[in-house]
Structure formats: C-alpha cells, structure tokens
Design a protein around this ligand. Structure first.
Ligand SMILES: *Cc1c(COP(=O)(O)O)cnc(C)c1O
Ligand SMILES: [Zn+2]
Length: 415
C-alpha cells in the first residue's frame, strides 16, 4: 500500500503509519477522525486518465490505485459502483431552467441499492487483509444492509446494530443476506455507541462510519466517477445528502485528489443538503464553527436522521474548501422532490436519496443557480427501501370495479 503515506488526524494534524492507528487518532480519541494521505506521485505512476478510458473494469475498483487497499475485493460476483449518470433534461425543464446542464447520479443502482456499498466494499477488503473473523457496523439501515450484502457475497461473518425503527425493507435485506442482526431499542446514535463498545469488547472489525477512516475513501469513488463520466469537466455544483457527513467528506476528498493529480481544473462547489429535522452540520456551518452541538433528529428521511454527525469535520471542510454551502429542506420538500424526480426522470429515490434534489429545487427557487450551470445531484438510495414514506408523497390510487364502464367514469372525472 505504498500509495498511502499516512493517516492524518483532522483535529491535531498528527500523522500515523496505517499500522499505528487502526481507527481514530490515538491522542485525540473518538473525535480524532483520520484522513488518508496519498503519495500522488505513486498514484500518477499507476494511473492516468488515458489508462482509465481504456479500462474495461466498470466498477469502483477502476480507481484502486487511489484507494487505501493492497488489492481489490476478490471473489465477490457483485458489481459495486460505476452507476449511471443520467442527463436530467425533463427535471431541468420542470425547474424552469431548461438550459441547465443537469445530471442525476443514481447510486440506488448498487447491489444493496445504496451508495453505502462503496464503503462496505473497502471495509471488507481491509477486514480480510487483517483476517478479521467478524465485521460489525451500526447503521440507520443502509450501511448495515450494504455490509450484510457484500459479506454474504464472499461468506464473511457480520454483526449488525440498527435502531428497531429502521424501515422494514432495510431490515428484510439484512435478514435475507443472513447477517446476525441486533435491533437496538433506541436511536441510531444509541446503536452506534453500542456497536463501538461491542467492537472494543470483542475485537470485531469496526465498519462504523467516520471512525473507520477508510469509509470516506470508498465513498469518494462516486465523485471520481461523476468527473470521469463528464470527461473530466467537473460540474459547477454537486449536491450531496448529509447525515453523518461521510459521503460529503468523501466527495470533498475526491475533489482534492483530482485537483492534486491535475485531472480536473477547478473544484465544483459542494452543497450539503440536510433535513430541517436533522441539521446539526448546516447549523454549525451557518455559525462558522466546527463545534458540534448534538440535537435529537425529527425527520422521515431515516438515512440522514442523526443527532451527532460522526464525520463533522470532513463534511464542514469539504463545503468550506470548495466555496459551497449547506441547504436545509423540510420533509414535505423531500417528498415533493421524490415525486418530481420520479415523474420527470423515472428514478425512484428513498427520502434521504432525494434530499439532494430537494436542495436543488430550493436553490432554484432562491435564484441560486446560474441558468446554464452544470449541476450534479447524487441520489444515494433507492425508493423501494422505504415504501411507506414513498406512499406519503403521492395521492391514494383510484380503485375501480372490473368493468369498462367504471374505467370510463373515472376517466371522465379526471379530464
Ligand atoms: C448514509 C446515507 C446518506 C448520508 O450519508 P452520510 O455519510 O451519513 O452523511 C444519505 N443518503 C442515503 C441513502 C444514505 O444511506
Ligand atoms: Zn489527533
């Protein structure tokens, strides 16, 4: 792994060899999230844009020289990453901005139907390098179903902590993938703390977001793909749903990597979108501080429902360093975005997954988008994961007697 120089603490700046610090900074404790530092000369010697363009590997592993792994995930038949980037012409028209160069990155098209597979895949490689018998994770649902999915594909044991309120489809995924599931009688934050404690007690490999420094590295591949799919002409704006802040931190890391390699010329403005009911990072950003004040969340977007964001510093810096901003949206705005995305593009997002589109609609309404800008919204999870919420976004379907007469009556009322 000679492409990795060190792990650097985001709080105190100390650097460690990967073998010296497994998770967080030994001197700062759990808040000392580590960031992987690369030797870009080594990366450059192994990978360039031309080589990439000829690489038939249509998965996240096409960027392996830019990831903290010796080897790619061997023995799994699943395809993680290289998800479609769709042109959002009809959505742009619906926003009243027909000249917008709008794109939707549909990461619901991953094996477990969320972006989390990118991080779980890296966790699995690292855990196998350590020959860990068990991987554990706490999750609002998607990190868990993702880990369970990938572990099932290679026969790795995993133990999952999710709040008992997780959407049933996500719990069903866990059980179908054969994970050992512990439904925690508490919030996501309770599940997280319990999983941390259990990992320490039992020595399990810990996939928890943020405290495992490699998760944001896996997640950054979504933004590497976006830039490659746009032929290295970075968008002006990239909108990212934010809960713990690990995805947006990863997007920020991808931008830093690509600027350092000289593969893109300027950074996109990274826009973090939070629910009004779970907006700790947006609040900190507005106050211009990295001090985090936890607030119990109240949002139907379960995947971004977080009291204490675990990757706060990476998230805040990704936004600050790219001249971006945070936007907050209500649950109603998220439901409206799910509807608009579905009806103009045929993409079905879970609430958190559509938060980026809700942020886009909000910015358009506030006149914050140039008429011809290039914009990418990340859709991070598929709508089938939370059908109950989707049904709140739409009217009741019409019921008819099984007769043409009944159909006629309905159509007459409708027209
Ligand atoms: C996890 C998740 C998010 C938020 O990612 P963070 O790294 O916690 O900010 C957004 N959308 C979906 C669908 C997710 O699963
Ligand atoms: Zn530190």
């Amino acid at each position: 792994m000679d492409q990795v120089i060190a792990l650097q603490c985001v709080l105190c700046g100390r650097r460690y060899a990967p073998a010296e610090a497994r998770y967080t900074c030994p001197s700062c404790g759990d808040a000392g999230i580590l960031d992987v530092v690369y030797d870009y000369d080594v990366v450059r010697a192994r990978l360039d844009r031309h080589l990439l363009s000829r690489n038939p590997e249509r998965t996240m592993w096409r960027y392996a020289p830019l990831l903290p792994v010796e080897d790619i995930l061997q023995g799994s038949p699943l395809t993680v990453g290289w998800t479609p980037l769709y042109r959002g012409t009809r959505l742009a028209e619906a926003l009243g901005l027909p000249c917008l160069d709008l794109w939707i990155k549909d990461d619901g098209r991953n094996p477990s139907a969320s972006l989390k597979d990118r991080a779980s895949a890296v966790a699995l490689v690292r855990a196998r390098e350590e020959q860990a018998p068990v991987i554990a994770a706490a999750s609002t649902g998607n990190a868990a179903s993702s880990l369970a999915c990938l572990c099932a594909s290679v026969g790795q044991r995993c133990i999952i902590f999710v709040p008992q309120t997780a959407p049933p489809a996500k719990v069903a995924q866990l059980l179908i993938f054969g994970a050992q599931v512990l439904l925690v009688k508490g919030s996501y934050d309770d599940a997280f703390d319990l999983c941390m404690e259990a990992c320490r007690a039992y020595g399990w490999y810990n996939r928890n977001t943020a405290v495992n420094p490699y998760m944001s590295e896996g997640k950054k591949t979504v933004a590497l793909e976006v830039c490659e799919q746009l032929r290295w002409e970075a968008p002006d704006i990239i909108l990212v749903p934010v809960g713990d802040g690990c995805i947006i931190g990863g997007v920020g890391k991808a931008v830093r990597d690509l600027l350092a390699l000289g593969w893109i010329e300027r950074a996109p403005r990274i826009i973090g979108v939070q629910s009004e009911g779970s907006a700790v990072l947006a609040t900190a950003w507005q106050k211009g501080t990295e001090e985090i004040v936890p607030v119990p969340p109240t949002t139907l977007a379960d995947s971004i429902s977080v009291a204490q964001p675990r990757d706060a510093i990476k998230a805040l810096r990704a936004v600050r360093d790219t001249g971006g901003e945070f936007v907050t949206v209500s649950d109603e705005e998220i439901l409206a975005a799910m509807r608009l995305l579905g009806q103009t593009m045929g993409v079905f997002a879970e609430p958190a997954g559509a938060a980026s589109v809700a942020g886009l609609i909000k910015m358009a309404g506030l006149g914050k988008l140039g008429a011809d800008g290039r914009i990418v919204a990340l859709v991070t999870g598929n709508g089938l994961k939370d059908v109950a919420s989707a049904l709140k976004a739409v009217p009741e379907p019409v019921r008819v007697e099984p007769s043409l007469e009944a159909v006629r009556r309905v159509l007459e009322v409708g027209s």
